[in-house]
Design a protein around this ligand. Structure first.
Ligand code: SAH
Length: 357
């Protein structure tokens, strides 16, 4: 088995400094040594919304069932999840959807997952359902309306960084000193079109981040939904406007770590630029709803009523249910840092959960 740091050192020795995106791609998804490929990081290194409370996945289920009904209950659909982690969200979606057997009957379940370790966990979580796995969404034939969910998927996609320095934009790269990785700036200025117009004259020190794979995927989801009907729901932490901040970070054992210190052994992410995703989805021809703050979205879907129902059935867990809900919706926790964006066809009914409330 190769080790990730050794693999990256080999690449830099052969080709010179690499972009942050290339570093992330190897560190996270190298087929032999990548962070996601070798382990199940969820709960050991970080925790995600579906793992905090079953209500999260149940409300996504309610959202999907409602969107399916609003689209005339198509008799065959592709229920697709991007990066399903432990499979908890999909299991909760399918449980909530039991109220509409027609939805479950119509749905072929497709999981897009690189990690064999996580595929095994998903298999276990979804035991009684027939599921197919794919390495990319492009492998799923667009032969039925798609109902797609991506929770904390885009933040793991590789990002390039550009830094304003000496009146020019230069790409931030990663170089090698002995065995140690360090950041450097490309000597050549970055092509002007890499930086959005309104940010081009930012002051020295400004950092612009761009994720090519996120742009391509948001566009691909849009094109698919426009072509076949359905909906794509993207949930992640990030900003509504393209900003000028360095958000490249590593998390290990619930703490921030040095992103260059342990490639393959720490989660590497960047905040999602929802303005960029929106632009990509519009390019793909979709109607875009949001982004809205996660707290608002979950409240609109009835999180508090659902919590009350659950507490009636599980009174001993009332405090845990309440603290899970609080964590998902409060502004101090996930409620406003996390955003929700929906893609659909312009002619279709508006998506549930996005209306002003
Ligand atoms: N959605 C889950 C897990 C989020 S972690 C949850 O909310 O709990 C990110 C997930 O995406 C993991 O399942 C990881 O293995 C997968 N993943 C990361 N990069 C990927 C890629 N490039 N292609 C496919 N899956 C990927």
């Amino acid at each position: 088995m190769t080790d990730c740091a050794a693999e990256i050192r080999r690449i830099i020795a052969a080709r010179g400094p690499i972009s942050i995106a290339e570093f992330m791609a190897v560190a996270l998804t190298d087929p032999e040594a990548g962070y996601y490929v070798r382990r199940n990081p969820i709960s050991g290194d970080f925790i995600t919304a579906p793992e905090i409370s079953q209500i999260f996945g149940e409300l996504i289920g309610v959202f999907l069932v409602q969107a399916w009904e609003d689209r005339g209950r198509p008799g065959q659909i592709l229920l697709i999840e991007m990066g399903p982690g432990r499979g908890t969200l999909m299991a909760d979606v399918l449980r909530a959807a039991r109220v509409r057997p027609g939805f479950l009957h119509a749905a072929g379940i497709h999981l897009v997952e690189v990690s064999p370790v996580l595929r095994a966990a998903q298999q276990q979580a979804l035991g009684q359902h027939r599921v197919s796995w794919h390495s990319s969404i492009g492998e799923i034939a667009p032969d039925a309306p798609a109902f797609i969910v991506a929770n904390e998927f885009f933040d793991a996609l590789p990002v390039r960084q550009f830094v304003r320095s000496g009146g020019a934009w230069r790409e931030r790269k990663i170089a090698l000193d002995g065995n140690r990785f360090y950041f450097c700036l490309d000597a050549a200025p970055a092509p002007a079109q890499m930086i959005p117009h309104h940010l081009r004259d930012a002051p020295d020190g400004a950092v612009f981040e761009f994720s090519g794979p996120s742009h391509a995927l948001a566009r691909e989801l849009a094109v698919r939904v426009v072509r076949t009907g359905g909906v794509a729901l993207i949930i992640d932490y990030g900003h509504v406007q393209s900003g000028l901040a360095d958000t490249f970070q590593a998390v290990r054992a619930h703490r921030f770590a040095d992103p260059l210190a342990m490639p393959g052994d720490a989660d590497l992410t960047c905040h999602v630029d929802f303005a960029a995703l929106r632009a990509a989805a519009l390019e793909g021809g979709a109607e875009v709803s949001g982004p809205v703050p996660q707290g608002r979205f979950l409240r609109a879907l009835g999180i508090h009523a659902r919590a009350e129902m659950l507490k009636r059935d599980a009174i001993a867990y009332a405090a845990t249910i309440d603290s899970g809900v609080e964590r998902l919706v409060s502004d101090a926790q996930m409620g406003s840092l996390f955003k929700v964006m929906g893609l659909s066809r312009t002619a279709d009914a508006p998506l549930p959960g996005f209306a002003e409330c």
